[in-house]
Each structure stands twice: as C-alpha cells, then as structure tokens.
Design a protein around this ligand. Structure first.
Ligand SMILES: [Zn+2]
Ligand SMILES: [Zn+2]
Length: 786
C-alpha cells in the first residue's frame, strides 16, 4: 500500500511494525495460548457443555494431508463454538489399538508377532506408539488445534480398556453377546476374522475357467464357469436360472464333480445369472456371499475347503496344504490334462479385500463372539433420522449401510495389541465366566475370577486369548469423554455429545458402531449432530496412495506457508462434505490472501481509534457491506460449513474493502483536505471493519488474527472474545455495484490514457454516486468537466 505524496511521514506510524507476516511466529503464539490456558475446558454449573466427540487419530508415520485438513476444520468447530459462548470440551484422543501398530512393530524390530512372547510384543508396540504419537501431537499443535492436551486419552490405556470391557460385560449380561461358528470374512494376512464394514471391493484380474461336469442321468456334459476351481471339493450344488432354456432338461438331475467323482444336484435358482459365464454355477463353501446365502437358505452341509492360514484342507484331497492360488493352478492343469477345460477367459472380477491389508479375503467358518445388531436396525434408523447431519445429504451413506447389514457384528479378533476379551472358560466343561466390571482384565495372563466351576466342579480355567475388534473401543469415545460410569454428575449434563466430526470414509464403521453401541448402553444416540467431511484427493482428484507416488506430506507445506494459510485453504477449498483436491498452488494462494490482510492491518494500524457521531456516506456504505458479511458468515459458522465464512471474508476483504473502500477513504484518513471530524469517521470505520473481520476470521486463521488483535485492540486473546452479533442485514447494499463499476471505469481510462493513478482526470460522477462525490473526487484526483 503506497502512501500518497506530500504526507508528513512522522504523523502516521504503523503500530504493527513488521512489514511481513512471519508465520514462524505461529509456534510462539501457540506457546502463549498454552501458558495462558485459554482453551482449558471450564464446566459451568448447571449448563450443558458443548462436547466434541473428536475422532482419536491412529498414530502413524505420516499423517494424510486430507486428515490434517479435516482436523483443522474440527478445530474451527471448537473455536467458533467458544466464540458463540459455549463451554467447549474439545478432547484430544489417540486410537492406539489394533493391527497397524502390530505390522509396524514387526517391521521396525524385524520380528514376527506369532514368534515373540505376548508380553514382549505388547511392550514393543507400546513404545513404537509412543514415538508415533509424539510426532502426531506435534502436528496437532503445529496446525493450532485448541484441544485439551492436559488430559489426552488413549484407547489402549488401562482406564479406556476398563471401560470397553465393562461395556462388554454389561451387554453380555443383557444377552446381547453370543458366540457362534459361522462363515465369515477371514483375512490371512491379518490372521483374523473381520467384519463386513471393513471389507472393500476391488476389480482384480482373474481367470474364469469353463469346466465340463458330466450329468449322471444322461451322460451329457454341462459347462460350469468358475473363478475358484480349487473349491470343487466343497461344491454341494449346481444352480441354473429357472428360465435358462439351455438347462431345462437337466434341472433336478445330478452332476458328477470332476476329480472327486461325488454327485451333486442341479437345481433351478434365480441367483444363477444367464449372462455370467455359462449360466450354470457351482455352489461351494465358500467362494462368495451368494454361496453363504444359498448354504443357509437350502440347509446344505458345509465342507470346509480352506483353513485360517489360507491353505486347502483335507477335503481338497491331493491339493491339501497348498495355498488357494497354488491349488487353483494345479487343479486347472489337472483338469486340462483330462480334457475337461473348454475355455479360459481373463476377466476383471469384483473381489472382496481386507481394508487394512488390501489382500483378498476368504470366507471361512470360525467360532467368534457376535454383538447383536440386526434386531436394533429399525431403532438405529430412527436415530439416524433424528441426528442433524452436516451436510444433510451424508445421512444417506449411513442409511444405505444400515440397509445392507445382513449379519450381527463379529467382535472377536485373533490379534494381540488390542483390548482383551474378558472371558475365562472352565477346562472341564467349557462353560464361560466373566468377571465383574470395573477392572482391566488380561485373561491370557491374569488369574480367573472364579475358583471352582459350579457346573462340573473343575478347578482349572483357561483365559480367552482373543481381543476385540478395535471399533469396540473407539465406538464408545462419546461415552468415555463424557464420563460414562465414572462421573455421573458430569455425564448427566454432557451426554449426548454436541457433535461428532468425522470423515465419510468411516461412516459404516465408526459412525454406525458408535450409534449402535451407545444406544445399546444408554438408550440414546451418542451425539445430536454429525459432521461428515469429504476426503482429500490429489490435484487430479485421485485418492493418494504410496504406490501411486502422489502422497503430499503436509509437514513441509506447513513449514513453507504456515498453519493459517493451510487452514484458510482447507476452509475455502470446497463446500463442506464434498471431496477436495490438495494442491500446493492453492495453499500458496491462501498465503497471498493472508499477506493482503497483513498489509491492510498494518495500514490501518497507522491510525488511532476514534469515536464519532457522524459518518461519511462511504463509511455507511462499507459498514452496511460489513453487516451483510457478518450475517452470512455467522450462518456458515452455525452450520459448521467454513467454506461460507472463508470465501465471504476473502471476497469482502479483497474485492470490496481493500480495492474500493480503503482507496476511497485513504485521503480522508490522512486528512488531506478534510475536516478533523471527517478524518475521524474514516479512522473509526477502518478500525471497525478490521476488528470485525479479525473476529470473523479467528476460528479459521487463529494465529495472525490473534497477533493483530493483541497488537491493536486488547491484551486479551481474540480467542476469548465473542462473535459479532447478527445484524439482520441479509443482502449487500445495492450501491456497491455502482461504486465498483465507476472505480473500474476510471482506472481503465487512466490506463488507456497511460497516465498515473494520482494524475488528474476530467470526469463526471454519476448521479447515483453523488453522496460519495468528495471521497471519489479525492481518490481519483477528478476534475469536474467544464
Ligand atoms: Zn487383512
Ligand atoms: Zn465346568
């Protein structure tokens, strides 16, 4: 911002002396916040606190830039809610249970979990997590999260696991937990059963093998197409579509399995698709979910073909002990040798894979604990309708998932670094025993809670060695942070939490399980609002993956542009709930806006604050613009959609305030040819706009706004201030367009005439702009046309 000529240089000295915003100050400002404890949660007696059910992140080496953006916005929820006078509890938690750290630990220490003592392995996981967590906390502080760092909770702590186990014991007593052997998703890499919610689908190339099966009654051949020929040994049925004319004559007859010679029935069933393969399908235990459904529906006897290590069982005869892929090749070779393979077709097959290890899953029956969920679905859907979703449309993701749920939730896992299932079994009669709630139990090493089996008088017991699915822990975060079963007084006020912020990628897991578990335990939904964010993509809109080489590390970006620029970018990039593209150029653009705001603040800091009783027309105009900005920004904040205030503020500050009002008011602010009273009106207006803009921007760019605020307006942090009040002004003043158009026209003419902006110009001010004549004349050095 250049100063007009002839201005006495000593009269107006900016109180903000630094010419540029140094974003390295952000660390120091965070230190001040910590020292002054301004974000400390202060519960007020009798009033409901605003509890944020913060997603506890999983500590890992590099934090996804999309997640860092999401947490920045969760912080905006906390900061804006504080400025709306709420008592905000913004807990910081760490989700530290489960598979990722086990894999990380195996790699880091070059050991195998199953070959290390459990005690030692847990110790190593814990120390690895501590390192990872401290890096993650550093990033949280670096981006300015105003959370409660004094009571960080960890899902692997004794306190937390105690609560997970207590809730299991409570539900066990209510009869909501049962053990059953059922075909389920099994991941060989993770070595455990996994829930449907953690299964993803991927188009994987595979071969469709067309095989001759002889029909026993007629001796003719029918062709079966399958991607899993190694499962022929477990085939119990052939199905054909009832309308498929090719197979009308063989319906009700029998096919003889190649290699094994066993007979199975050929039945009409609508699950057989006319267009897939040959139209005739073998039903095995278990190739896919259709198999599972048909075995159940038709009461077929299952033949277990694969074991939990991904190898074929005794049932496979000559292929026993081979892995499924080895066996597949060998079966095809053997069938080809017998002339039974009529065609091999390369296809892309929609394959279920494990979301954690990204490997195809098998469906095998295992004995697992289940938490009932099917019978709760109608009530859960009602709750989902009552919860206010931001954006509203993302509720459908949850409802669609609930509609697709077909089995209860298998909750036991064959892993180590997770909360133990607190059950012991009588060594004599296998009767299970659970301990009283309230302690943390590790049945694989702790003494049983019982001396003698009341049923068979046996005195020996075995502890369960399994652990829970880690969603069993994280799904009760809302209970943990509100003091469930610990601080009854607080819980009564604090639960349900105010808001659950999370990404849309974990709606069917974290969101669904939280509603299920908390409803079962409390009869209520865990929160009143759910804020579902979109996901961060690369610049081309593709998901980021190490293998694709398109991962953006947020740390160097934060170093280069600072947290405020990163946060402003994250708020302004996309409307809440939609996916967003991560681009360094766009973050650099946000940084430019902050530079603009800094320059403006510095300019305004040259002038004293003033009290006035009469404003100039241009002052009234910009204050009317400001009033409309306040209302629209507040509406955005109330919806937790930070896209609205971020973009409204940028447009106002840059396009209207800086480009037009400031230029119009500048001669007056410097007192060039105006009365003292007129000058003071400009000072008053400049400061009023800046103060208001800083307050409105504070939740989004907490560092710079606090720095300027404390330099100019108050010793107290901007983050202990209230949001400006709504003004009732919905629309921008109509005159704005006229002012902008006139200024642009003058600038254009001067440019065309190749004269300097401060040079005089003969021009007529339009009638509609008469009230602004004095400011406009000075601003453009206009001379009335003779
Ligand atoms: Zn897996
Ligand atoms: Zn017993």
């Amino acid at each position: 911002m250049s100063l007009p000529e002839g201005k006495p240089a000593t009269e107006f000295v900016p109180r903000i002396s630094d010419k540029r915003w140094d974003h390295h100050l952000e660390n120091r400002i965070f230190g001040v916040w910590e020292q002054e404890k301004i974000y400390r949660f202060k519960p007020k007696k009798g009033s409901k606190p605003f509890v944020i059910d913060t997603p506890p992140p999983y500590p890992s080496g590099t934090w996804h830039i999309g997640a860092v953006a999401q947490y920045s916005q969760i912080d905006m929820i906390a900061r804006s809610s504080r400025m709306f006078a709420n008592q905000v509890l913004f807990p910081i938690g760490m989700d530290r249970n489960g598979l990722p750290v086990e894999i990380y630990t195996e790699k880091l220490f070059k050991i195998k979990m199953r070959e290390t003592t459990r005690e030692r392995f847990i110790e190593l996981c814990n120390s690895a997590l501590n390192d990872l967590e401290s890096k993650m906390l550093e990033t949280m502080k670096r981006i300015g999260l105003s959370g409660d760092y004094h009571s960080i909770y960890r899902t692997d702590s004794v306190e937390y696991r105690k609560l997970t186990q207590a809730t299991f014991i409570q539900l066990w007593k209510e009869g909501l937990i049962y053990e059953a052997t059922r075909p389920n998703n099994y991941c060989h890499v993770c070595g455990t059963t996994i829930a449907d919610a953690e299964v993803e689908y991927k188009e994987l190339p595979t071969r469709l093998t067309y095989i001759y099966f002889k029909v026993k009654e007629t001796g003719e051949n029918i062709t079966i197409a399958t991607t899993r020929p190694e499962l022929i040994c477990s085939c119990q049925l052939i199905i054909v579509n009832p309308t498929d004319e090719r197979y009308l004559s063989v319906q009700g007859k029998h096919a003889i399995l190649p290699i094994y010679g066993r007979e199975v029935e050929i039945k009409p069933h609508p699950s057989a698709k006319l267009e897939f393969g040959s139209g005739a399908v073998m039903i095995c235990s278990y190739g896919d979910y259709t198999d599972v459904l048909l075995f159940r529906e038709l009461g077929l006897t299952e033949i277990i073909a694969t074991d939990q290590y991904g190898r074929l069982t005794e049932a496979a005869g000559p292929y026993q002990h081979l892995s499924t892929s080895e066996a597949r090749k060998k079966v095809i070779t053997d069938l080809e040798a017998q002339g039974l393979v009529t065609k091999l077709e390369n296809i892309n097959h929609r394959t279920p894979i494990c979301s954690r290890s990204a490997t195809p899953i098998e469906i095998i029956p295992m004995r697992e604990y289940y938490l009932k969920q099917l019978e709760f679905l109608p009530q859960l859907k009602l709750l989902a309708q009552k919860i206010k979703f931001h954006p509203d449309g993302n509720r459908q993701i949850l409802l669609d998932w609930m509609d697709s749920i077909a089995i209860d939730w298998p909750i036991s896992r064959r892993r180590v670094y997770a909360t133990e299932i607190p059950v012991w079994y009588c060594a004599g009669c296998r009767e299970p025993f659970i301990p009283p709630a309230g302690e943390y139990y590790r049945p694989w090493r702790d003494a049983p809670p019982i001396q003698e089996c009341p049923r068979c008088k046996h005195k020996e017991f075995e502890g369960d060695t399994r652990t829970f699915d880690t969603w069993m822990d994280s799904s009760i975060s809302a209970l943990y942070v509100t003091g469930y079963s610990k601080d009854h007084k607080f819980f009564k006020h604090a639960y349900p939490a105010a808001i659950r912020p999370q990404g849309k990628d974990i709606v069917r897991t974290w969101l669904h399980y939280s509603i299920l578990r908390c409803f079962q335990l409390t009869g209520k939904a865990p929160f009143t609002d759910a804020w579902i964010a979109g996901l961060g993509m690369d610049e081309q809109g593709q998901a980021m993956h190490k293998s694709k080489g398109n991962v953006i590390d947020p740390i160097p970006i934060l170093e280069r542009y600072g947290a405020d620029a990163f946060r402003f970018w994250s708020a302004s990039e996309a409307t809440h709930g939609s996916d967003f593209r991560c681009s360094e150029a766009r973050i650099a653009g946000a940084h430019k806006f902050l530079t603009k705001l800094w320059n403006l603040s510095r300019f305004i800091s040259s002038f004293p604050q003033a009290k006035v009783n009469k404003l100039f027309p241009s002052d009234k105009w910009i204050l009317a613009e400001l009033a409309a900005l306040v209302d629209r920004s507040i509406e955005g904040y109330r919806e937790f959609d930070f896209f609205v205030p971020a973009n409204e503020l940028r447009d106002f500050v840059w396009e209207t305030f800086a480009s037009h009002y400031v230029e119009m008011a500048k001669p007056r602010a410097y007192g060039q040819g105006f009365t003292k009273r007129q000058q003071k009106a400009a000072w008053y207006t400049l400061h009023t706009v800046l103060e208001t803009v800083l307050l409105l921007l504070a939740p989004i760019t907490p560092y710079m706004t606090d720095h300027v605020w404390t330099a100019l307006y108050s010793k107290n942090s901007i983050h202990s201030q209230r949001m400006p009040k709504k003004t009732g002004r919905k629309t921008k003043p109509k005159i704005t367009d006229h002012i902008i158009a006139f200024n642009r026209e003058v600038w254009k003419i001067k440019k065309e005439k190749n004269i300097a902006l401060r040079d005089t110009l003969e021009a007529e001010i339009p009638k509609v702009l008469k009230p602004y004549r004095e400011d406009l004349t000075k601003m453009h050095s206009l001379i009335a046309k003779p």
